[in-house]
Design a protein around this ligand. Sequence first.
Ligand code: GDP
Ligand code: MG
Length: 426
Amino acid sequence: MGVILLKKLQGFLVLTTITMMALLYHLPDISLSSRLKSQRTRNAKGTGQQYTATLTNGSLTTGGFKIDHVRVDVPATKIQPVKAESDTVLYGRMMTNDTSQHNNSIGPKSNGTQVDSAKRRNGDDISVRRNKIQWISTSFQNGTKTTNGKCCDSECRELLTLFRNWPTDRPRAAFYYLTQLSRLNLLIESLFSLDTYFNNRFRYPVIIFHEGDLNDHMSYIRERTKSQVIFQLVHFSIPDFLTRPVPRDIPCISHVSYRHMCRFHARNVYEEPTIMTLQYYWRLDDDSLLLSNVSYDVFEFMQRHSLQYGYLWRHWDSLTCVEGLWEATERYIAESGLKSEFFSSWKRGYLYYNNFEISSTKMWLSDKYKLYIDYIDRLGGIFYNRWGDAPLHGIAVSMFVPKNQTYLFHDIGYRHGSYRHEPHRK
Ligand SMILES: Nc1nc2c(ncn2[C@@H]2O[C@H](COP(=O)(O)OP(=O)(O)O)[C@@H](O)[C@H]2O)c(=O)[nH]1
Ligand SMILES: [Mg+2]
Protein backbone atom coordinates (compact mmCIF):
# COMPACT_ATOMS: atom_id res chain seq x y z
CA MET A 1 0.00 0.00 0.00
CA GLY A 2 2.83 2.32 1.09
CA VAL A 3 4.68 1.53 -2.15
CA ILE A 4 1.60 2.41 -4.27
CA LEU A 5 1.23 5.73 -2.43
CA LEU A 6 4.92 6.49 -2.97
CA LYS A 7 4.59 5.75 -6.72
CA LYS A 8 1.54 8.05 -6.95
CA LEU A 9 3.48 10.81 -5.19
CA GLN A 10 6.38 10.29 -7.58
CA GLY A 11 4.00 10.52 -10.56
CA PHE A 12 2.52 13.73 -9.16
CA LEU A 13 5.99 15.25 -8.73
CA VAL A 14 6.99 14.34 -12.29
CA LEU A 15 3.76 15.90 -13.64
CA THR A 16 4.30 19.08 -11.64
CA THR A 17 7.88 19.36 -12.88
CA ILE A 18 6.74 18.94 -16.50
CA THR A 19 4.07 21.64 -16.01
CA MET A 20 6.63 24.01 -14.48
CA MET A 21 9.01 23.38 -17.35
CA ALA A 22 6.23 24.02 -19.84
CA LEU A 23 5.50 27.32 -18.11
CA LEU A 24 9.16 28.23 -18.11
CA TYR A 25 9.31 27.40 -21.78
CA HIS A 26 6.88 30.28 -22.31
CA LEU A 27 9.08 32.64 -20.35
CA PRO A 28 9.97 34.74 -23.39
CA ASP A 29 6.30 35.59 -23.75
CA ILE A 30 6.15 36.71 -20.18
CA SER A 31 9.27 38.82 -20.43
CA LEU A 32 7.94 40.37 -23.61
CA SER A 33 4.65 41.27 -22.01
CA SER A 34 6.40 42.65 -18.97
CA ARG A 35 8.13 45.19 -21.21
CA LEU A 36 4.78 46.43 -22.32
CA LYS A 37 3.66 48.41 -19.32
CA SER A 38 0.53 50.43 -19.30
CA GLN A 39 -1.02 52.99 -17.08
CA ARG A 40 -4.62 53.74 -16.61
CA THR A 41 -5.60 57.29 -15.83
CA ARG A 42 -8.66 59.47 -15.93
CA ASN A 43 -8.63 61.90 -18.80
CA ALA A 44 -8.41 65.61 -18.11
CA LYS A 45 -12.16 66.13 -17.84
CA GLY A 46 -12.51 63.03 -15.71
CA THR A 47 -15.22 61.81 -18.00
CA GLY A 48 -13.66 58.66 -19.24
CA GLN A 49 -10.81 56.26 -19.10
CA GLN A 50 -7.54 56.81 -20.82
CA TYR A 51 -5.17 53.96 -21.42
CA THR A 52 -1.57 54.51 -22.17
CA ALA A 53 0.53 51.59 -23.20
CA THR A 54 4.22 52.20 -22.96
CA LEU A 55 7.04 50.09 -24.20
CA THR A 56 9.33 50.76 -21.31
CA ASN A 57 12.57 49.97 -23.02
CA GLY A 58 11.54 51.73 -26.21
CA SER A 59 11.10 48.79 -28.47
CA LEU A 60 9.17 45.64 -28.79
CA THR A 61 11.14 42.98 -30.55
CA THR A 62 10.23 39.43 -31.13
CA GLY A 63 13.88 38.53 -30.81
CA GLY A 64 13.40 35.45 -32.89
CA PHE A 65 11.20 33.57 -30.46
CA LYS A 66 7.62 32.69 -30.95
CA ILE A 67 5.22 34.96 -29.13
CA ASP A 68 2.07 33.49 -27.77
CA HIS A 69 0.86 36.25 -25.56
CA VAL A 70 1.36 39.94 -25.28
CA ARG A 71 -0.62 41.47 -22.53
CA VAL A 72 -1.40 45.15 -22.39
CA ASP A 73 -2.07 45.97 -18.82
CA VAL A 74 -5.56 47.23 -19.48
CA PRO A 75 -8.06 45.39 -17.31
CA ALA A 76 -9.08 42.04 -18.69
CA THR A 77 -7.40 42.78 -21.95
CA LYS A 78 -4.84 40.93 -23.90
CA ILE A 79 -3.55 41.01 -27.39
CA GLN A 80 -3.56 37.63 -28.96
CA PRO A 81 -1.02 37.66 -31.74
CA VAL A 82 -2.06 36.06 -34.93
CA LYS A 83 1.39 36.30 -36.26
CA ALA A 84 4.77 37.69 -35.32
CA GLU A 85 6.96 38.82 -38.11
CA SER A 86 10.17 40.67 -38.82
CA ASP A 87 11.79 42.05 -35.73
CA THR A 88 9.36 44.70 -34.78
CA VAL A 89 5.92 43.92 -36.08
CA LEU A 90 3.39 41.90 -34.30
CA TYR A 91 0.06 41.40 -35.87
CA GLY A 92 -2.74 40.31 -33.70
CA ARG A 93 -6.18 40.56 -32.26
CA MET A 94 -7.24 42.16 -29.05
CA MET A 95 -9.18 39.96 -26.71
CA THR A 96 -11.02 41.50 -23.84
CA ASN A 97 -13.86 40.65 -21.53
CA ASP A 98 -14.52 44.32 -21.10
CA THR A 99 -17.37 45.04 -23.48
CA SER A 100 -17.50 48.80 -22.98
CA GLN A 101 -15.89 51.03 -25.56
CA HIS A 102 -12.91 53.14 -24.66
CA ASN A 103 -12.71 56.25 -26.68
CA ASN A 104 -9.10 57.10 -26.24
CA SER A 105 -7.31 60.14 -27.36
CA ILE A 106 -3.68 59.81 -26.60
CA GLY A 107 -0.94 61.92 -28.06
CA PRO A 108 2.71 61.13 -28.51
CA LYS A 109 4.59 60.63 -25.27
CA SER A 110 7.88 62.34 -24.65
CA ASN A 111 9.76 59.16 -25.52
CA GLY A 112 7.94 58.90 -28.82
CA THR A 113 5.73 56.05 -27.79
CA GLN A 114 2.20 56.43 -28.87
CA VAL A 115 -1.10 54.65 -28.84
CA ASP A 116 -3.55 55.47 -31.59
CA SER A 117 -6.81 57.03 -30.62
CA ALA A 118 -9.34 54.37 -31.20
CA LYS A 119 -12.41 52.72 -29.92
CA ARG A 120 -11.26 49.31 -28.89
CA ARG A 121 -13.53 46.37 -28.75
CA ASN A 122 -13.26 42.71 -28.28
CA GLY A 123 -11.83 41.12 -31.41
CA ASP A 124 -10.29 44.30 -32.79
CA ASP A 125 -7.31 43.64 -34.96
CA ILE A 126 -4.15 45.43 -34.07
CA SER A 127 -0.58 45.67 -35.05
CA VAL A 128 2.17 46.43 -32.62
CA ARG A 129 5.15 48.13 -34.11
CA ARG A 130 8.31 49.51 -32.76
CA ASN A 131 7.35 52.24 -30.31
CA LYS A 132 3.81 52.17 -31.43
CA ILE A 133 0.70 50.21 -30.76
CA GLN A 134 -1.70 50.68 -33.53
CA TRP A 135 -5.28 49.58 -33.56
CA ILE A 136 -5.46 49.01 -37.26
CA SER A 137 -9.06 48.19 -37.72
CA THR A 138 -11.28 48.68 -34.78
CA SER A 139 -14.84 47.66 -34.16
CA PHE A 140 -15.00 44.98 -36.78
CA GLN A 141 -18.07 43.26 -35.53
CA ASN A 142 -20.63 45.99 -35.36
CA GLY A 143 -19.58 48.38 -38.10
CA THR A 144 -18.71 51.19 -35.70
CA LYS A 145 -16.58 53.79 -37.41
CA THR A 146 -12.84 53.89 -36.99
CA THR A 147 -10.89 57.04 -36.26
CA ASN A 148 -10.90 58.11 -39.90
CA GLY A 149 -14.67 57.71 -40.06
CA LYS A 150 -14.52 54.32 -41.78
CA CYS A 151 -15.07 50.80 -40.68
CA CYS A 152 -13.35 47.68 -41.89
CA ASP A 153 -16.12 46.15 -43.98
CA SER A 154 -16.45 42.56 -45.12
CA GLU A 155 -14.09 43.12 -48.08
CA CYS A 156 -11.48 44.65 -45.82
CA ARG A 157 -11.85 41.72 -43.44
CA GLU A 158 -11.10 39.37 -46.33
CA LEU A 159 -7.76 41.08 -46.69
CA LEU A 160 -7.06 40.66 -43.00
CA THR A 161 -7.99 37.01 -43.21
CA LEU A 162 -5.64 36.59 -46.12
CA PHE A 163 -2.80 38.18 -44.16
CA ARG A 164 -3.51 36.11 -41.10
CA ASN A 165 -2.61 33.07 -43.14
CA TRP A 166 0.19 34.81 -45.01
CA PRO A 167 3.62 33.11 -45.04
CA THR A 168 5.82 34.82 -42.48
CA ASP A 169 8.67 35.24 -44.96
CA ARG A 170 6.58 37.32 -47.38
CA PRO A 171 5.97 41.04 -46.94
CA ARG A 172 2.39 42.05 -46.34
CA ALA A 173 1.84 43.93 -49.57
CA ALA A 174 -0.85 44.77 -52.11
CA PHE A 175 -1.56 46.75 -55.24
CA TYR A 176 -3.96 49.59 -55.09
CA TYR A 177 -5.98 51.51 -57.66
CA LEU A 178 -8.41 54.36 -57.39
CA THR A 179 -10.77 54.09 -60.29
CA GLN A 180 -14.20 54.87 -61.73
CA LEU A 181 -16.79 53.19 -63.88
CA SER A 182 -16.13 55.37 -66.91
CA ARG A 183 -12.65 53.78 -67.07
CA LEU A 184 -13.67 50.19 -66.49
CA ASN A 185 -12.11 48.95 -69.73
CA LEU A 186 -8.83 50.62 -68.89
CA LEU A 187 -8.87 49.02 -65.47
CA ILE A 188 -9.47 45.55 -66.93
CA GLU A 189 -6.59 46.04 -69.33
CA SER A 190 -4.35 47.23 -66.54
CA LEU A 191 -5.25 44.26 -64.34
CA PHE A 192 -4.61 41.91 -67.22
CA SER A 193 -1.12 43.30 -67.71
CA LEU A 194 -0.52 43.09 -63.99
CA ASP A 195 -1.58 39.45 -63.84
CA THR A 196 0.35 38.52 -66.94
CA TYR A 197 3.62 40.14 -66.06
CA PHE A 198 3.72 39.87 -62.30
CA ASN A 199 0.84 38.68 -60.24
CA ASN A 200 0.02 35.29 -61.73
CA ARG A 201 3.34 34.36 -60.24
CA PHE A 202 3.53 36.40 -57.05
CA ARG A 203 -0.14 36.57 -56.03
CA TYR A 204 -0.53 39.77 -54.07
CA PRO A 205 -4.03 41.11 -53.45
CA VAL A 206 -5.34 44.10 -55.37
CA ILE A 207 -7.29 46.80 -53.54
CA ILE A 208 -9.64 48.80 -55.73
CA PHE A 209 -11.00 52.06 -54.35
CA HIS A 210 -14.10 53.45 -56.02
CA GLU A 211 -16.96 55.79 -55.23
CA GLY A 212 -19.76 53.24 -55.43
CA ASP A 213 -20.08 53.26 -59.21
CA LEU A 214 -18.39 49.84 -59.34
CA ASN A 215 -20.87 48.26 -56.91
CA ASP A 216 -22.68 46.41 -59.71
CA HIS A 217 -19.49 45.52 -61.54
CA MET A 218 -17.46 43.73 -58.92
CA SER A 219 -18.16 40.22 -60.22
CA TYR A 220 -17.45 41.39 -63.75
CA ILE A 221 -14.04 42.66 -62.66
CA ARG A 222 -13.32 39.59 -60.54
CA GLU A 223 -14.09 37.32 -63.47
CA ARG A 224 -11.46 39.11 -65.51
CA THR A 225 -8.52 38.86 -63.16
CA LYS A 226 -6.86 36.00 -61.35
CA SER A 227 -5.77 38.32 -58.55
CA GLN A 228 -7.74 38.50 -55.34
CA VAL A 229 -9.59 41.79 -55.46
CA ILE A 230 -10.70 43.78 -52.44
CA PHE A 231 -13.16 46.57 -53.24
CA GLN A 232 -13.22 49.61 -51.02
CA LEU A 233 -15.72 52.40 -51.13
CA VAL A 234 -14.55 55.99 -50.83
CA HIS A 235 -16.47 59.26 -50.55
CA PHE A 236 -15.02 62.52 -51.67
CA SER A 237 -16.06 65.80 -50.13
CA ILE A 238 -14.61 69.23 -49.69
CA PRO A 239 -13.20 69.36 -46.16
CA ASP A 240 -15.25 71.43 -43.70
CA PHE A 241 -12.28 73.55 -42.70
CA LEU A 242 -12.12 75.22 -46.12
CA THR A 243 -14.08 78.40 -45.62
CA ARG A 244 -13.70 79.95 -49.07
CA PRO A 245 -15.69 78.31 -51.88
CA VAL A 246 -13.63 76.01 -54.08
CA PRO A 247 -13.51 77.45 -57.62
CA ARG A 248 -14.39 75.19 -60.54
CA ASP A 249 -11.85 76.78 -62.78
CA ILE A 250 -8.33 77.40 -61.60
CA PRO A 251 -5.28 78.48 -63.60
CA CYS A 252 -4.04 74.94 -63.65
CA ILE A 253 -6.65 72.99 -65.56
CA SER A 254 -8.11 70.32 -63.33
CA HIS A 255 -11.66 69.40 -62.35
CA VAL A 256 -12.62 69.53 -58.71
CA SER A 257 -12.91 65.72 -58.94
CA TYR A 258 -9.27 65.57 -60.03
CA ARG A 259 -8.32 67.55 -56.94
CA HIS A 260 -10.30 65.08 -54.81
CA MET A 261 -8.25 62.34 -56.43
CA CYS A 262 -5.04 64.18 -55.53
CA ARG A 263 -6.13 64.55 -51.92
CA PHE A 264 -7.01 60.89 -51.79
CA HIS A 265 -3.58 59.76 -52.98
CA ALA A 266 -1.76 62.30 -50.86
CA ARG A 267 -3.64 61.87 -47.63
CA ASN A 268 -6.84 59.87 -47.29
CA VAL A 269 -5.55 56.61 -48.67
CA TYR A 270 -3.25 56.31 -45.66
CA GLU A 271 -6.24 56.32 -43.35
CA GLU A 272 -7.83 53.40 -45.15
CA PRO A 273 -7.99 50.30 -42.93
CA THR A 274 -6.81 48.12 -45.82
CA ILE A 275 -3.74 50.24 -46.52
CA MET A 276 -2.95 50.50 -42.81
CA THR A 277 -2.51 46.74 -42.64
CA LEU A 278 0.20 46.74 -45.32
CA GLN A 279 3.96 46.92 -45.13
CA TYR A 280 4.30 47.72 -48.83
CA TYR A 281 2.03 48.79 -51.65
CA TRP A 282 2.31 49.25 -55.36
CA ARG A 283 0.08 52.00 -56.67
CA LEU A 284 -1.11 51.94 -60.25
CA ASP A 285 -3.65 54.00 -62.18
CA ASP A 286 -6.27 52.40 -64.36
CA ASP A 287 -4.38 53.87 -67.32
CA SER A 288 -1.16 52.14 -66.19
CA LEU A 289 0.12 49.10 -68.02
CA LEU A 290 2.97 46.74 -67.29
CA LEU A 291 4.75 45.97 -70.54
CA SER A 292 6.97 43.03 -69.80
CA ASN A 293 7.72 40.30 -67.37
CA VAL A 294 8.83 41.28 -63.87
CA SER A 295 10.76 38.21 -62.88
CA TYR A 296 11.27 38.90 -59.19
CA ASP A 297 9.12 39.84 -56.23
CA VAL A 298 9.50 43.61 -55.99
CA PHE A 299 8.16 43.73 -52.45
CA GLU A 300 10.67 41.20 -51.20
CA PHE A 301 13.31 43.17 -53.09
CA MET A 302 12.29 46.35 -51.26
CA GLN A 303 12.37 44.57 -47.94
CA ARG A 304 15.66 42.82 -48.54
CA HIS A 305 17.39 46.07 -49.51
CA SER A 306 15.69 48.20 -46.84
CA LEU A 307 14.16 50.40 -49.53
CA GLN A 308 11.27 52.70 -48.80
CA TYR A 309 10.32 54.23 -52.11
CA GLY A 310 10.49 52.86 -55.64
CA TYR A 311 9.79 54.86 -58.78
CA LEU A 312 10.43 54.97 -62.51
CA TRP A 313 10.69 58.59 -63.42
CA ARG A 314 11.19 62.03 -61.89
CA HIS A 315 10.18 65.13 -63.74
CA TRP A 316 8.79 68.65 -63.32
CA ASP A 317 5.39 70.00 -62.46
CA SER A 318 4.10 73.35 -63.64
CA LEU A 319 4.99 75.88 -60.96
CA THR A 320 1.60 77.54 -61.52
CA CYS A 321 -0.17 74.43 -60.26
CA VAL A 322 1.89 74.24 -57.12
CA GLU A 323 2.00 77.93 -56.39
CA GLY A 324 2.56 78.44 -52.66
CA LEU A 325 3.39 74.80 -51.95
CA TRP A 326 7.14 75.24 -51.70
CA GLU A 327 6.84 78.32 -49.50
CA ALA A 328 4.39 76.49 -47.23
CA THR A 329 6.71 73.51 -47.00
CA GLU A 330 9.71 75.67 -46.21
CA ARG A 331 7.69 77.38 -43.48
CA TYR A 332 6.77 73.98 -42.10
CA ILE A 333 10.37 72.84 -42.13
CA ALA A 334 11.52 76.00 -40.37
CA GLU A 335 8.81 75.67 -37.72
CA SER A 336 9.39 71.99 -37.12
CA GLY A 337 13.19 72.21 -37.15
CA LEU A 338 13.43 69.37 -39.66
CA LYS A 339 16.74 68.82 -41.40
CA SER A 340 17.04 66.88 -44.62
CA GLU A 341 19.89 66.97 -47.08
CA PHE A 342 17.74 65.18 -49.61
CA PHE A 343 15.05 67.87 -49.42
CA SER A 344 17.70 70.60 -49.73
CA SER A 345 18.68 69.09 -53.07
CA TRP A 346 15.06 68.62 -54.18
CA LYS A 347 14.39 71.31 -56.79
CA ARG A 348 11.19 73.35 -56.78
CA GLY A 349 8.54 71.70 -58.92
CA TYR A 350 10.27 68.34 -58.91
CA LEU A 351 8.12 65.23 -58.58
CA TYR A 352 8.02 61.47 -58.89
CA TYR A 353 5.72 60.25 -61.60
CA ASN A 354 3.76 58.45 -58.95
CA ASN A 355 1.07 56.70 -60.96
CA PHE A 356 3.72 54.00 -60.58
CA GLU A 357 4.83 53.86 -56.98
CA ILE A 358 6.20 50.90 -55.05
CA SER A 359 6.51 51.98 -51.49
CA SER A 360 6.83 50.93 -47.93
CA THR A 361 3.92 52.24 -45.85
CA LYS A 362 6.27 53.10 -43.00
CA MET A 363 6.72 56.79 -43.73
CA TRP A 364 3.19 57.39 -45.06
CA LEU A 365 1.65 55.98 -41.89
CA SER A 366 4.04 57.83 -39.63
CA ASP A 367 3.13 60.76 -37.42
CA LYS A 368 5.71 62.97 -39.11
CA TYR A 369 4.00 62.55 -42.49
CA LYS A 370 0.56 62.94 -40.97
CA LEU A 371 1.55 66.19 -39.30
CA TYR A 372 3.01 67.53 -42.55
CA ILE A 373 0.12 66.53 -44.79
CA ASP A 374 -2.45 67.83 -42.31
CA TYR A 375 -0.65 71.15 -42.27
CA ILE A 376 -0.66 71.28 -46.08
CA ASP A 377 -4.23 70.07 -46.33
CA ARG A 378 -5.50 72.78 -44.02
CA LEU A 379 -3.95 75.47 -46.18
CA GLY A 380 -6.39 74.45 -48.91
CA GLY A 381 -3.88 74.48 -51.76
CA ILE A 382 -4.99 71.04 -52.92
CA PHE A 383 -8.34 72.59 -53.90
CA TYR A 384 -7.59 76.29 -54.45
CA ASN A 385 -4.52 75.61 -56.58
CA ARG A 386 -3.78 72.05 -57.59
CA TRP A 387 -1.20 70.84 -55.19
CA GLY A 388 -1.13 67.36 -56.63
CA ASP A 389 -0.32 64.08 -54.97
CA ALA A 390 2.80 63.74 -57.14
CA PRO A 391 4.56 66.92 -55.96
CA LEU A 392 3.38 66.24 -52.41
CA HIS A 393 4.80 62.73 -52.50
CA GLY A 394 8.06 64.01 -53.95
CA ILE A 395 8.41 66.57 -51.20
CA ALA A 396 7.49 64.08 -48.48
CA VAL A 397 9.92 61.44 -49.70
CA SER A 398 12.73 63.99 -49.92
CA MET A 399 11.88 65.28 -46.45
CA PHE A 400 11.41 62.01 -44.61
CA VAL A 401 13.13 59.22 -46.52
CA PRO A 402 16.91 58.97 -46.87
CA LYS A 403 17.89 59.23 -50.52
CA ASN A 404 19.66 55.88 -50.39
CA GLN A 405 16.35 54.24 -49.51
CA THR A 406 14.76 55.35 -52.77
CA TYR A 407 15.16 53.22 -55.84
CA LEU A 408 14.63 53.50 -59.58
CA PHE A 409 13.05 50.30 -60.90
CA HIS A 410 14.95 50.53 -64.18
CA ASP A 411 14.09 46.97 -65.16
CA ILE A 412 10.30 47.32 -65.22
CA GLY A 413 8.50 47.99 -68.50
CA TYR A 414 5.62 50.42 -67.97
CA ARG A 415 3.24 52.67 -69.86
CA HIS A 416 1.00 55.46 -68.66
CA GLY A 417 -0.63 57.64 -71.31
CA SER A 418 2.12 58.82 -73.61
CA TYR A 419 4.83 57.98 -71.06
CA ARG A 420 6.66 54.76 -71.72
CA HIS A 421 9.44 53.20 -69.71
CA GLU A 422 11.47 50.55 -71.45
CA PRO A 423 13.13 48.08 -69.10
CA HIS A 424 16.88 48.29 -69.19
CA ARG A 425 19.95 47.23 -67.28
CA LYS A 426 21.54 49.82 -65.01
N1 GDP B 1 -13.27 57.34 -58.25
C1 GDP B 1 -12.58 58.31 -58.87
N2 GDP B 1 -11.40 58.03 -59.40
C2 GDP B 1 -10.72 59.04 -60.03
C3 GDP B 1 -11.22 60.34 -60.11
N3 GDP B 1 -10.34 61.10 -60.78
C4 GDP B 1 -9.33 60.29 -61.10
N4 GDP B 1 -9.54 59.05 -60.62
C5 GDP B 1 -8.69 57.86 -60.75
O1 GDP B 1 -7.42 58.19 -60.19
C6 GDP B 1 -6.40 57.69 -61.01
C7 GDP B 1 -5.56 58.89 -61.47
O2 GDP B 1 -6.32 59.70 -62.31
P1 GDP B 1 -5.84 60.11 -63.76
O3 GDP B 1 -6.96 60.82 -64.43
O4 GDP B 1 -5.27 58.92 -64.46
O5 GDP B 1 -4.71 61.14 -63.37
P2 GDP B 1 -3.36 61.47 -64.17
O6 GDP B 1 -2.62 60.20 -64.30
O7 GDP B 1 -2.70 62.48 -63.32
O8 GDP B 1 -3.80 62.00 -65.50
C8 GDP B 1 -7.05 56.95 -62.17
O9 GDP B 1 -7.07 55.57 -61.91
C9 GDP B 1 -8.43 57.54 -62.21
O10 GDP B 1 -9.45 56.69 -62.70
C10 GDP B 1 -12.50 60.61 -59.53
O11 GDP B 1 -13.02 61.71 -59.57
N5 GDP B 1 -13.13 59.56 -58.93
MG1 MG C 1 -3.33 58.24 -64.80
